[in-house]
Design a protein around this ligand. Structure first.
Ligand code: GLC
Length: 497
């Protein structure tokens, strides 16, 4: 045993996990990360303790202003300071319990001085999340709850891993703590957090062969120091080791490949179930798929489209960004106008893509509708009534919409990348269990071909029905993912000195 290990002996068998994220549903949710942080900790907590050590997982997020309004009086558990180049910054930690799970909320000037979860000033966001990353470690120390595993997510909390493993303030107390970093979206590395890293004394790493730029951003620093890296699908784990998806870090990630795994996200199947979904006109299951027609008709009427349920109804439900291949989807739709179909697009995003969607409706007023807004209830009515979901993402670490679509019997047409490739089956062999249509390269030509295949298949009623049923019967539950995370945690703990 090393002297440090003697000083801090590990005694408990319960596995303590501190799960750090910038958002966690139902407290605060902006995107897919919020869904994951809302579901995975519960799934881990609920795992049977039969074959595993019990997992005491607690979630820590910033106490944003919007949360202060929603939860005005959580229990204060600690008050401490964080060293900053301008002096000591004060931080407060609160605790609350929701649905049997403990949440820690961290407050301090860098957090409540900004509005929203992610603000419009990236430098202020850098400051906010670097502060938060250090404060969450300090909180754990102050309340004497040193976790066995620190599980951080994306760039916002990646600096906590770096600080824990390299900052002299933390290394002794966290000597036994192992770190897991889940990457939900590699290109977002915290590029504007360089000054904040310096101001909080998280000086540049001195690793040979690392590109200089990467030592000034939280996500690469987390990647270089984490004991284990997880991406949100197995295919994305492979992809980030290639130049197309690796954002310049592919070689460094490849060096750590023994410690990189892909764990597919789950879906909150209690919330996304067409048999209980109250947002749709007619609830159904795989055994009563004919009832979907009622939903389709209602949707067509709602959008003043031709009330003909035999016409395939194509939908796009997406943030309208380059990543999502919205431009490819629009070009492909224009190329298949010789086929009969109708389409509804729902989403908001970059103005140029919003405009392109509106233009498509203008050009084809008899068959296209573009709803430029965020509307959860409408998205449910669309999944519950439409026939195909277009999802031509240029990259997709996991993706949620394709899983929801399949659970609702709406067939995805998607690019074979990341989680899309791992969740959708499109196999040319007969007797397959196909669930959708995939294409390889991110271009309009390949998407158009896939869309044509889908439009032709739509007329083969038995084939279509069997694809719907295959999709609806897949197991997207969080339990599957949680078991994989639990095994990663256990392995790491076993390696602990
Ligand atoms: C990011 C990714 C998305 C993934 C989500 C949750 O938003 O772009 O693919 O599903 O994180 O992990």
């Amino acid at each position: 045993m090393t002297p440090l290990a003697q000083k801090f002996p590990r005694t408990q068998t319960e596995l303590k996990v501190l799960f750090a994220a910038s958002e966690a549903a139902p407290l605060v949710k902006v995107g897919g990360l919020g869904d994951v942080a809302g579901s995975l900790p519960h799934a881990l907590k609920n795992l049977s303790a039969k074959h595993l050590d019990a997992i005491d997982i607690r979630v820590v997020i910033p106490f944003y202003n919007i949360l202060r309004k929603k939860y005005p009086s959580p229990q204060k558990i600690a008050q401490f300071t964080i060293p900053h180049v301008d002096g000591l910054l004060s931080a407060t930690a609160y605790q609350m319990k929701l649905d049997r799970l403990i949440y820690y909320l961290i407050d301090g000037d860098p957090i409540h001085n900004t509005s929203g979860v992610y603000g419009t000033d990236p430098a202020l966001d850098g400051e906010k999340f670097v502060f938060f990353s250090q404060a969450l470690l300090e909180m754990a120390r102050q309340i004497k709850w040193i976790p066995d595993i620190l599980h951080a997510n994306d760039w916002h909390t990646a600096a906590s891993i770096y600080a824990m493993h390299t900052s002299r303030r933390f290394t002794a107390d966290f000597f036994h703590t192992k770190s897991v970093l889940t990457i939900h979206n590699l290109p977002f590395m915290g590029a504007e957090a360089e000054k904040a890293l310096e101001d909080y004394y998280l000086t540049k790493c001195k690793k040979p062969n690392l590109p200089d730029w990467s030592c000034k951003q939280p996500l690469p620093l987390g990647i270089f120091t984490a004991d284990h890296i997880v991406t949100v699908s197995p295919t994305y784990a492979q992809e980030i080791m290639t130049p197309e998806f690796g954002c310049g870090l592919e070689d460094f990630i490849a060096l750590k490949k023994e410690n990189v795994s892909g764990v597919l996200n789950g879906l909150d199947i209690r919330s996304w179930d067409p048999l209980t979904d109250q947002s749709i006109t007619s609830q159904y299951s795989w055994g009563s798929l004919d009832l979907r027609k009622i939903n389709k008709l209602a949707l067509l009427k709602e959008f003043d489209l031709k009330p003909d349920t035999d016409l395939p109804l194509i939908i796009i439900i997406s943030r309208l960004f380059h990543q999502k291949g919205i431009d490819l989807a629009i070009s492909a739709l224009r190329k298949v106008v010789n086929y009969p179909w109708q389409a509804i697009i729902l989403g908001t995003g970059e103005p140029k893509f919003e405009k392109a969607c509106i233009k498509l409706q203008k050009d084809y007023p008899e068959r296209v509708r573009s709803a430029i807004r965020f509307d959860l209830a409408l998205s449910r009515r669309m999944y519950g009534g439409a026939d195909m979901l277009l999802m031509p993402s240029r990259y997709e670490p996991c993706g949620l919409s394709q899983m929801i679509a399949m659970q609702y019997g709406c067939i995805p047409v998607a690019r074979a990348t990341g989680g899309l490739k791992d969740t959708i089956k499109d196999d040319p062999e007969p007797g397959n269990q196909n669930t959708g249509f995939l294409f390889e390269k991110a271009n309009a030509k390949e998407l158009t071909n896939a869309l044509r295949r889908a439009l032709k298949a739509y007329n083969k009623k038995t084939l279509w029905r069997s694809m719907q049923i295959n999709g609806m019967n897949q197991d997207f539950s969080w339990t599957r993912s949680a078991l994989q995370y639990a095994s990663i945690y256990q392995h790491l703990r076993r390696d602990t000195p």
